[in-house]
Design a binder for this molecule. Sequence first.
Ligand SMILES: Cc1cc2nc3c(=O)[nH]c(=O)nc-3n(C[C@H](O)[C@H](O)[C@H](O)COP(=O)(O)OP(=O)(O)OC[C@H]3O[C@@H](n4cnc5c(N)ncnc54)[C@H](O)[C@@H]3O)c2cc1C
Length: 475
Amino acid sequence: MKYKRVVVWFRNDLRVHDHAPLFSAIELSEEVIPIYCVDPRQFGKSILGMDKTGSYRAKFLKEAVDNLKASLQKLGGNLIILQGKPEDVITEFAVSNSVEAIFYSEEVTDEEIRVEQKLEKNVWKYGIRTEAYWQSTLFHIQDLPFPISQLPEVFTQFRKECEKFSRIQKTLATPKFIKFPDLGGNYKDFPELSTFGLKEPTSSVKSVLVFKGGEEEGVRRLQTYFWEQDLLKVYKETRNGLLGADYSSKFSPWLALGCLSPRYIYEEVLSYEKDRKKNQSTYWLIFELIWRDYFRFICKKHGNKVFQLAGIKNAVDNWNKSEERFWKWAIGETGIPFVDANMRELNETGFMSNRGRQNVASFLVNDLNIDWRWGAAYFESMLIDYDVCSNWGNWLYVAGVGNDPRENRYFNILRQAQNYDKKGDYIRHWIPELSAIPGFDIHQPFELSTSKLKEYGIALGATYPQPMVKYKAWI
Ligand SMILES: Cc1cc2nc3c(=O)[nH]c(=O)nc-3n(C[C@H](O)[C@H](O)[C@H](O)COP(=O)(O)OP(=O)(O)OC[C@H]3O[C@@H](n4cnc5c(N)ncnc54)[C@H](O)[C@@H]3O)c2cc1C
């Protein structure tokens, strides 16, 4: 039986390649209506009054939705952009446009699941069916060699069992044509950022990359990184870098919004291994994508625990609630150059390297002992690659309340800075005022004393305060 008219509700899957709900809708229905819904709750406030979606993220999202619309139009379709709670506005739309079913991509965390459930409840009253599809991971949930309730708590075990007993399904073909009904033609665009009270962010020339949302840009980045610049073969050696576009793939923003499918990346790695080179680096990119899978499945297994202070481990700790300390960390004014440089990069671009994230997160939770959820909420607001599972999962890990077999993930920031930013180029890139000090040794923290900074005319307080905590390793 074919449906007459199906809605494909796009969420964090803003692409036309390897898209299960779209692929199925085209197979199973005479007419297909793609919809994106701008949910006002995503633009509300979170902990400490932070924007849930900050301006870098919002801009990237708008670009991705605009690009999806253009791609669908090229296929003869279109994208209906609705504003409001999906469970209400999609129901209204479906009822008034004689829609028979709604296809969408299944999510794993609480807020998203609740929306799915409410939508389902609302539309079923009108006899409209819903079909949820699993996508966004490398390994399909049905192909896991264990049920979710038995998911190994340790990453290595998860990875080894998946690699041995599972398989990665082939990508689905990109549709050639979408039969879109005539709905009167007055279709809205994604709202301007000012609608949400957000300013249009300016892109910093110091950014590792000019990030632009959308499938087209995501695919272009992959072509550049793999094929034009031939960087995949050295990924394992460079991936801990801090400066420039080349040290890592930078796929994360496109993966987070589903502009790139991980299975597409996997197939490109296989082609690269066949045509160019197969080595530890080519494998390592897949290894990292398995980490991404792992956090998604862990969130599915543990539900709301991943957002709770005691985490998966139910670990009770005395977390500090000093807002002053937290905001100094957030704006990059702790006085610890490596931490501040990373936070300034985040604040000026919406991106930070993995090495940076691990260090600033460890500093917040292990040195400042601040409630780790504040840090996670700040990242949620700021990161253009914000992914609920990767973000909260990694924070749990660093905070020691996740499922890490290692007891202590403490990072010695000073040693990390010496190892990964030997000459201090990264610190100087983001805190150029430090270069004003002749002969300043970035790795001699006592040089950062108030008197030294004053001596060289570096403004205190507003731009660079005295270290607010005596960092353990300096004593
Ligand atoms: C505290 C903290 C918060 C984080 N928050 C996020 C987040 O919100 N969104 C996000 O995508 N990543 C997050 N990460 C993981 C990681 O830092 C980024 O995925 C990575 O820096 C993105 O850069 P890249 O695409 O160049 O990565 P590459 O090194 O090129 O890796 C390729 C891909 O593998 C995946 N990956 C790599 N490392 C991890 C990891 N540790 N966990 C999960 N996936 C990984 C990403 O999808 C990435 O794009 C976080 C890490 C930490 C420590």
